[in-house]
Design a protein around this ligand. Structure first.
Ligand code: TYC
Length: 110
């Protein structure tokens, strides 16, 4: 929406009106990377399953991300708005704990 549209243009009808300019206020949301950390104990297959289940990755892409984390120590699962990123981190941490794996997931502002 343009500023002019937002500010309604000239008032119709009575011929008089109060000018009420409003400040343009739309902002893009800050984005957050959700990161997986490597460890020595979580099975590779479990990490692939996490990426499929919570990040909707194909088996092929999930395998690539898992191997990247395995080799480099850390990797990006996805980029989301704050609330979605926080939910993903919580889901992964709860799922890992439930299965008694030490897999760690965190988030970082882009
Ligand atoms: N390093 C683990 C292994 O060799 C696999 C692994 C990959 C664990 C990615 C965590 O985020 C991770 N079984």
């Amino acid at each position: 929406m343009s500023d002019e549209e937002r500010n309604n243009g000239p008032k119709k009808g009575s011929g008089t009106g109060v000018v009420t300019a409003t400040k343009p206020k739309t902002k893009k949301p800050s984005m957050y990377k959700v990161l997986l950390l490597n460890d020595d104990y979580t099975p590779m297959e479990f990490v692939v399953h996490v990426l499929e289940r919570f990040f909707f990755k194909s088996r092929e892409e999930a395998t690539e991300i898992m191997l990247h984390v395995h080799r480099r120590g850390i990797g990006i699962c996805g980029v989301y708005t704050y609330d979605i990123a926080e939910t993903k981190v919580t889901q992964v941490m709860e799922f890992s704990r439930k299965h008694q794996h030490p897999l760690q997931c965190t988030m970082e502002k882009e």
